[in-house]
Ligand binder design. Sequence first.
Ligand code: SF4
Length: 371
Amino acid sequence: MGTIRTPADDATLPNATHILVSNSSGKDSTATLLLATEQHPLENISSVFCDTGNEHPLVYEYLRYLEDAIRVPIKVLRQDFTGWWWHRHGYVRDKWPEKLRKGGTGRWAWNAPKEVDPGEKPAKPLDIYTTQQIGHWKWKPAQRPMSDIEADDIVARTLAVFDKGPTGNPYLDMCIIKGRFPSRTRQFCTEFLKTKPATEYALELIEQYGAIESWQGVRADESRNRANLAEREDVGGGLTIVRPIHKWTAEMVFEQHRKHGIKPNPLYSMGMGRVGCMPCINASKDEVLEISKRFPEHFDRIEEWELLVGEASKRRNATFFPSPGDNDTAMERGNVRQVIKWSKTSRGGNQYDFIRQDDSPACSSSYGLCE
Ligand code: SF4
Protein backbone atom coordinates (compact mmCIF):
# COMPACT_ATOMS: atom_id res chain seq x y z
CA MET A 1 0.00 0.00 0.00
CA GLY A 2 2.82 2.43 -0.71
CA THR A 3 3.50 5.06 1.93
CA ILE A 4 0.14 5.46 3.70
CA ARG A 5 0.95 6.14 7.34
CA THR A 6 -0.05 3.90 10.22
CA PRO A 7 -1.01 5.17 13.71
CA ALA A 8 2.51 4.12 14.87
CA ASP A 9 4.09 6.39 12.24
CA ASP A 10 1.82 9.19 13.40
CA ALA A 11 3.67 9.40 16.71
CA THR A 12 6.44 11.19 14.80
CA LEU A 13 4.20 13.87 13.29
CA PRO A 14 3.11 17.24 14.67
CA ASN A 15 -0.50 17.25 15.83
CA ALA A 16 -3.10 19.79 16.95
CA THR A 17 -4.27 21.35 13.66
CA HIS A 18 -7.31 19.66 12.16
CA ILE A 19 -7.07 19.30 8.38
CA LEU A 20 -10.26 19.20 6.30
CA VAL A 21 -9.58 18.14 2.71
CA SER A 22 -12.22 19.07 0.11
CA ASN A 23 -12.90 16.05 -2.05
CA SER A 24 -14.32 15.92 -5.56
CA SER A 25 -13.20 12.29 -6.06
CA GLY A 26 -10.94 13.69 -8.79
CA LYS A 27 -7.19 13.31 -9.11
CA ASP A 28 -6.26 16.68 -7.56
CA SER A 29 -8.25 16.23 -4.37
CA THR A 30 -6.94 12.68 -3.96
CA ALA A 31 -3.36 13.92 -4.35
CA THR A 32 -4.09 16.60 -1.74
CA LEU A 33 -5.54 14.06 0.66
CA LEU A 34 -2.48 11.86 0.23
CA LEU A 35 -0.22 14.83 0.91
CA ALA A 36 -2.14 15.53 4.11
CA THR A 37 -1.49 11.95 5.27
CA GLU A 38 2.25 12.54 4.75
CA GLN A 39 2.29 15.64 6.91
CA HIS A 40 -0.34 15.11 9.63
CA PRO A 41 -1.53 12.31 11.93
CA LEU A 42 -4.46 10.42 10.42
CA GLU A 43 -6.72 11.24 13.36
CA ASN A 44 -6.31 14.93 12.57
CA ILE A 45 -7.50 14.59 8.97
CA SER A 46 -11.00 14.42 7.57
CA SER A 47 -12.38 14.89 4.10
CA VAL A 48 -15.67 16.15 2.71
CA PHE A 49 -17.48 15.31 -0.52
CA CYS A 50 -20.60 17.21 -1.61
CA ASP A 51 -22.97 14.87 -3.40
CA THR A 52 -24.97 16.79 -6.02
CA GLY A 53 -27.21 13.87 -6.96
CA ASN A 54 -25.90 14.28 -10.52
CA GLU A 55 -22.94 11.93 -10.07
CA HIS A 56 -21.74 8.80 -11.79
CA PRO A 57 -22.15 5.69 -9.52
CA LEU A 58 -18.40 5.03 -9.85
CA VAL A 59 -17.77 8.21 -7.87
CA TYR A 60 -19.42 6.73 -4.77
CA GLU A 61 -17.57 3.46 -5.30
CA TYR A 62 -14.27 5.32 -5.60
CA LEU A 63 -14.89 7.30 -2.41
CA ARG A 64 -15.48 4.05 -0.51
CA TYR A 65 -12.26 2.63 -1.96
CA LEU A 66 -10.36 5.77 -0.98
CA GLU A 67 -11.72 5.77 2.54
CA ASP A 68 -10.70 2.14 3.05
CA ALA A 69 -7.28 2.56 1.45
CA ILE A 70 -6.29 5.83 3.13
CA ARG A 71 -8.20 5.28 6.39
CA VAL A 72 -9.41 8.87 6.52
CA PRO A 73 -13.16 9.39 6.98
CA ILE A 74 -14.90 11.02 3.99
CA LYS A 75 -18.03 12.86 5.01
CA VAL A 76 -20.66 12.87 2.25
CA LEU A 77 -22.96 15.90 2.34
CA ARG A 78 -26.24 16.18 0.42
CA GLN A 79 -28.08 19.47 0.50
CA ASP A 80 -31.65 19.11 1.77
CA PHE A 81 -34.07 21.44 -0.06
CA THR A 82 -37.23 20.56 1.89
CA GLY A 83 -37.56 23.99 3.55
CA TRP A 84 -36.98 25.87 0.26
CA TRP A 85 -39.37 23.52 -1.52
CA TRP A 86 -42.39 24.32 0.65
CA HIS A 87 -41.50 27.99 0.73
CA ARG A 88 -41.52 28.00 -3.08
CA HIS A 89 -44.82 26.06 -3.08
CA GLY A 90 -46.41 28.89 -1.06
CA TYR A 91 -44.87 31.54 -3.34
CA VAL A 92 -46.22 29.89 -6.51
CA ARG A 93 -49.67 29.50 -4.96
CA ASP A 94 -49.88 33.06 -3.55
CA LYS A 95 -47.83 35.26 -5.90
CA TRP A 96 -47.73 33.66 -9.34
CA PRO A 97 -51.38 34.21 -10.31
CA GLU A 98 -50.95 37.99 -10.22
CA LYS A 99 -47.38 38.01 -11.57
CA LEU A 100 -48.26 35.87 -14.60
CA ARG A 101 -51.24 38.05 -15.46
CA LYS A 102 -49.04 41.12 -15.24
CA GLY A 103 -46.08 39.77 -17.28
CA GLY A 104 -42.43 40.64 -16.68
CA THR A 105 -39.88 43.07 -18.02
CA GLY A 106 -36.85 41.77 -19.91
CA ARG A 107 -33.23 42.61 -19.11
CA TRP A 108 -29.76 42.56 -20.58
CA ALA A 109 -27.51 39.91 -19.03
CA TRP A 110 -23.73 39.86 -19.25
CA ASN A 111 -22.75 36.72 -21.05
CA ALA A 112 -18.98 36.51 -20.66
CA PRO A 113 -16.40 35.75 -17.94
CA LYS A 114 -16.22 38.29 -15.10
CA GLU A 115 -12.74 39.46 -16.10
CA VAL A 116 -14.03 40.80 -19.47
CA ASP A 117 -15.00 44.48 -19.17
CA PRO A 118 -18.79 44.65 -19.79
CA GLY A 119 -18.70 48.30 -20.94
CA GLU A 120 -21.98 50.13 -21.30
CA LYS A 121 -25.27 48.21 -21.36
CA PRO A 122 -27.10 48.49 -24.73
CA ALA A 123 -30.38 50.42 -24.92
CA LYS A 124 -33.65 48.51 -24.47
CA PRO A 125 -34.45 46.67 -27.74
CA LEU A 126 -37.57 47.47 -29.75
CA ASP A 127 -38.76 43.87 -29.57
CA ILE A 128 -38.56 43.07 -25.87
CA TYR A 129 -40.08 39.58 -26.23
CA THR A 130 -37.30 37.99 -28.29
CA THR A 131 -33.81 36.86 -27.29
CA GLN A 132 -31.15 39.12 -28.75
CA GLN A 133 -27.41 39.35 -28.52
CA ILE A 134 -25.18 42.43 -28.83
CA GLY A 135 -21.54 41.59 -28.25
CA HIS A 136 -21.43 39.76 -24.92
CA TRP A 137 -24.78 41.21 -23.81
CA LYS A 138 -27.73 38.86 -24.09
CA TRP A 139 -31.30 40.10 -23.89
CA LYS A 140 -33.43 37.95 -21.58
CA PRO A 141 -36.89 38.37 -23.10
CA ALA A 142 -39.77 39.96 -21.23
CA GLN A 143 -42.71 37.75 -20.36
CA ARG A 144 -45.99 38.58 -22.07
CA PRO A 145 -48.92 39.19 -19.74
CA MET A 146 -51.08 36.08 -19.61
CA SER A 147 -54.82 35.58 -19.80
CA ASP A 148 -56.59 34.27 -16.69
CA ILE A 149 -56.93 30.83 -18.26
CA GLU A 150 -53.24 30.61 -19.18
CA ALA A 151 -52.08 31.85 -15.76
CA ASP A 152 -54.36 29.44 -13.87
CA ASP A 153 -53.17 26.54 -16.01
CA ILE A 154 -49.49 27.27 -15.33
CA VAL A 155 -50.04 27.70 -11.60
CA ALA A 156 -52.02 24.44 -11.42
CA ARG A 157 -49.37 22.48 -13.36
CA THR A 158 -46.53 23.89 -11.29
CA LEU A 159 -48.33 23.21 -8.02
CA ALA A 160 -48.95 19.65 -9.18
CA VAL A 161 -45.15 19.18 -9.25
CA PHE A 162 -44.65 20.81 -5.84
CA ASP A 163 -47.59 18.97 -4.20
CA LYS A 164 -45.65 15.71 -4.57
CA GLY A 165 -42.93 16.99 -2.23
CA PRO A 166 -39.15 17.04 -2.79
CA THR A 167 -37.70 14.23 -4.91
CA GLY A 168 -34.74 13.88 -2.51
CA ASN A 169 -32.26 14.40 -5.36
CA PRO A 170 -30.46 17.67 -4.48
CA TYR A 171 -29.71 18.69 -8.07
CA LEU A 172 -33.23 18.05 -9.31
CA ASP A 173 -34.92 19.64 -6.28
CA MET A 174 -32.77 22.75 -6.67
CA CYS A 175 -33.69 23.08 -10.37
CA ILE A 176 -37.41 22.52 -9.76
CA ILE A 177 -37.37 25.21 -7.06
CA LYS A 178 -35.54 27.63 -9.38
CA GLY A 179 -37.69 26.62 -12.38
CA ARG A 180 -34.54 26.33 -14.47
CA PHE A 181 -31.13 24.70 -14.75
CA PRO A 182 -27.98 26.57 -13.77
CA SER A 183 -25.85 28.09 -16.52
CA ARG A 184 -22.33 29.41 -16.82
CA THR A 185 -23.52 32.93 -15.99
CA ARG A 186 -25.90 31.76 -13.23
CA GLN A 187 -23.96 28.86 -11.78
CA PHE A 188 -26.00 28.47 -8.62
CA CYS A 189 -25.30 24.70 -8.53
CA THR A 190 -21.81 25.32 -7.15
CA GLU A 191 -23.12 27.64 -4.48
CA PHE A 192 -26.11 25.57 -3.32
CA LEU A 193 -24.79 22.05 -3.77
CA LYS A 194 -21.14 22.47 -2.91
CA THR A 195 -19.99 25.72 -1.33
CA LYS A 196 -22.88 26.15 1.11
CA PRO A 197 -22.93 22.63 2.61
CA ALA A 198 -19.11 22.49 2.71
CA THR A 199 -18.89 25.84 4.50
CA GLU A 200 -21.50 24.80 7.05
CA TYR A 201 -19.57 21.62 7.70
CA ALA A 202 -16.30 23.54 8.08
CA LEU A 203 -17.99 25.78 10.66
CA GLU A 204 -19.12 22.70 12.60
CA LEU A 205 -15.53 21.46 12.67
CA ILE A 206 -14.24 24.87 13.78
CA GLU A 207 -16.68 24.70 16.67
CA GLN A 208 -15.39 21.23 17.52
CA TYR A 209 -11.63 21.86 17.10
CA GLY A 210 -11.31 25.61 17.65
CA ALA A 211 -9.48 26.08 14.33
CA ILE A 212 -9.02 24.11 11.11
CA GLU A 213 -7.05 24.22 7.90
CA SER A 214 -9.19 23.72 4.81
CA TRP A 215 -7.03 22.02 2.18
CA GLN A 216 -8.13 22.51 -1.41
CA GLY A 217 -6.70 20.61 -4.36
CA VAL A 218 -6.66 23.36 -6.95
CA ARG A 219 -3.76 23.93 -9.33
CA ALA A 220 -2.57 27.14 -10.95
CA ASP A 221 -2.26 25.63 -14.42
CA GLU A 222 -5.98 24.73 -14.56
CA SER A 223 -7.24 28.25 -15.28
CA ARG A 224 -6.46 31.94 -14.86
CA ASN A 225 -8.90 32.17 -11.93
CA ARG A 226 -7.19 29.35 -10.12
CA ALA A 227 -3.72 30.73 -10.91
CA ASN A 228 -4.68 33.92 -9.05
CA LEU A 229 -5.54 32.09 -5.85
CA ALA A 230 -3.14 32.31 -2.91
CA GLU A 231 -1.44 29.19 -1.59
CA ARG A 232 -2.44 30.12 1.94
CA GLU A 233 -5.18 32.45 3.21
CA ASP A 234 -5.98 33.25 6.79
CA VAL A 235 -9.72 33.82 6.57
CA GLY A 236 -10.16 34.46 10.30
CA GLY A 237 -12.65 32.91 12.72
CA GLY A 238 -10.48 29.80 13.02
CA LEU A 239 -10.31 29.08 9.28
CA THR A 240 -7.15 28.95 7.19
CA ILE A 241 -7.35 27.93 3.54
CA VAL A 242 -4.37 25.99 2.22
CA ARG A 243 -3.81 25.03 -1.42
CA PRO A 244 -0.81 22.75 -1.08
CA ILE A 245 -0.65 21.50 -4.69
CA HIS A 246 -1.17 24.92 -6.28
CA LYS A 247 2.14 24.71 -8.15
CA TRP A 248 1.85 21.03 -9.07
CA THR A 249 1.41 19.76 -12.61
CA ALA A 250 -1.08 17.02 -13.58
CA GLU A 251 1.87 14.64 -13.94
CA MET A 252 2.95 15.32 -10.32
CA VAL A 253 -0.61 14.61 -9.21
CA PHE A 254 -0.65 11.19 -10.87
CA GLU A 255 2.84 10.52 -9.52
CA GLN A 256 1.48 11.14 -6.01
CA HIS A 257 -1.12 8.41 -6.64
CA ARG A 258 1.58 5.99 -7.82
CA LYS A 259 3.82 6.77 -4.85
CA HIS A 260 1.03 5.78 -2.45
CA GLY A 261 -0.28 2.84 -4.50
CA ILE A 262 -3.66 4.54 -4.90
CA LYS A 263 -5.70 4.22 -8.10
CA PRO A 264 -7.11 7.41 -9.65
CA ASN A 265 -10.87 7.57 -10.15
CA PRO A 266 -11.62 4.95 -12.87
CA LEU A 267 -13.65 7.52 -14.85
CA TYR A 268 -10.34 8.92 -16.16
CA SER A 269 -9.54 5.64 -17.88
CA MET A 270 -13.05 5.64 -19.40
CA GLY A 271 -12.38 8.75 -21.44
CA MET A 272 -13.45 11.42 -18.97
CA GLY A 273 -11.08 14.36 -18.82
CA ARG A 274 -12.47 15.50 -15.48
CA VAL A 275 -14.58 14.10 -12.69
CA GLY A 276 -17.66 15.96 -11.50
CA CYS A 277 -21.32 16.14 -12.35
CA MET A 278 -22.35 13.67 -15.02
CA PRO A 279 -22.90 15.78 -17.02
CA CYS A 280 -21.75 19.22 -15.92
CA ILE A 281 -23.69 22.17 -17.33
CA ASN A 282 -20.34 23.46 -18.60
CA ALA A 283 -19.39 20.25 -20.40
CA SER A 284 -17.46 20.79 -23.61
CA LYS A 285 -18.73 19.54 -26.96
CA ASP A 286 -16.31 16.58 -26.78
CA GLU A 287 -17.43 15.70 -23.26
CA VAL A 288 -21.08 15.68 -24.35
CA LEU A 289 -20.17 13.29 -27.16
CA GLU A 290 -18.07 11.06 -24.90
CA ILE A 291 -20.76 10.82 -22.21
CA SER A 292 -23.46 10.12 -24.79
CA LYS A 293 -21.41 7.20 -26.13
CA ARG A 294 -20.25 5.74 -22.83
CA PHE A 295 -22.97 6.61 -20.35
CA PRO A 296 -26.17 7.29 -22.36
CA GLU A 297 -28.30 6.52 -19.28
CA HIS A 298 -27.14 9.81 -17.75
CA PHE A 299 -28.62 11.75 -20.66
CA ASP A 300 -31.84 9.70 -20.38
CA ARG A 301 -32.05 10.99 -16.81
CA ILE A 302 -31.36 14.55 -17.92
CA GLU A 303 -34.12 14.25 -20.50
CA GLU A 304 -36.58 13.32 -17.74
CA TRP A 305 -35.30 16.19 -15.60
CA GLU A 306 -35.83 18.68 -18.44
CA LEU A 307 -39.50 17.70 -18.63
CA LEU A 308 -39.99 17.89 -14.88
CA VAL A 309 -38.18 21.20 -14.41
CA GLY A 310 -40.08 22.54 -17.45
CA GLU A 311 -43.35 21.66 -15.70
CA ALA A 312 -42.28 23.80 -12.73
CA SER A 313 -41.16 26.70 -14.89
CA LYS A 314 -43.16 29.81 -15.80
CA ARG A 315 -41.93 29.43 -19.38
CA ARG A 316 -43.06 25.78 -19.54
CA ASN A 317 -39.65 24.67 -20.73
CA ALA A 318 -36.19 24.15 -19.29
CA THR A 319 -33.08 22.90 -21.03
CA PHE A 320 -30.07 21.48 -19.20
CA PHE A 321 -27.63 23.13 -21.61
CA PRO A 322 -28.21 26.72 -22.69
CA SER A 323 -30.59 26.81 -25.61
CA PRO A 324 -30.27 29.05 -28.66
CA GLY A 325 -34.08 29.25 -28.92
CA ASP A 326 -36.46 31.88 -27.56
CA ASN A 327 -39.12 31.07 -24.99
CA ASP A 328 -41.33 29.26 -27.48
CA THR A 329 -38.69 27.28 -29.32
CA ALA A 330 -36.06 26.72 -26.62
CA MET A 331 -37.10 23.16 -25.83
CA GLU A 332 -37.27 22.02 -29.46
CA ARG A 333 -33.97 23.61 -30.34
CA GLY A 334 -31.99 23.07 -27.15
CA ASN A 335 -33.14 19.94 -25.34
CA VAL A 336 -30.49 17.42 -24.43
CA ARG A 337 -31.20 15.22 -27.50
CA GLN A 338 -30.55 18.18 -29.80
CA VAL A 339 -27.30 18.93 -28.01
CA ILE A 340 -26.14 15.31 -28.34
CA LYS A 341 -26.97 15.39 -32.05
CA TRP A 342 -24.98 18.60 -32.39
CA SER A 343 -22.03 17.12 -30.46
CA LYS A 344 -21.67 14.54 -33.25
CA THR A 345 -21.22 17.19 -35.91
CA SER A 346 -17.79 18.46 -36.85
CA ARG A 347 -19.12 21.94 -37.58
CA GLY A 348 -21.79 24.24 -36.22
CA GLY A 349 -19.87 25.11 -33.08
CA ASN A 350 -21.57 28.43 -32.50
CA GLN A 351 -25.04 26.94 -32.30
CA TYR A 352 -24.69 26.31 -28.56
CA ASP A 353 -22.20 29.02 -27.90
CA PHE A 354 -22.31 28.69 -24.11
CA ILE A 355 -21.00 25.16 -24.24
CA ARG A 356 -17.29 25.12 -23.58
CA GLN A 357 -15.00 24.91 -26.57
CA ASP A 358 -11.82 25.03 -24.43
CA ASP A 359 -10.38 22.77 -21.76
CA SER A 360 -10.59 25.05 -18.75
CA PRO A 361 -12.05 23.49 -15.57
CA ALA A 362 -15.77 23.02 -15.95
CA CYS A 363 -16.67 24.09 -12.44
CA SER A 364 -15.66 27.52 -11.22
CA SER A 365 -15.57 26.39 -7.58
CA SER A 366 -12.24 27.47 -6.18
CA TYR A 367 -12.73 25.10 -3.25
CA GLY A 368 -11.67 21.98 -5.11
CA LEU A 369 -15.15 20.55 -4.57
CA CYS A 370 -15.76 20.23 -8.30
CA GLU A 371 -12.90 19.35 -10.57
S1 SF4 B 1 -20.54 23.58 -12.22
FE1 SF4 B 1 -20.78 21.55 -13.10
S2 SF4 B 1 -19.65 20.15 -11.73
FE2 SF4 B 1 -19.96 22.10 -10.58
S3 SF4 B 1 -21.88 21.74 -9.46
FE3 SF4 B 1 -22.45 22.75 -11.40
S4 SF4 B 1 -22.96 21.09 -12.82
FE4 SF4 B 1 -21.82 20.21 -11.07
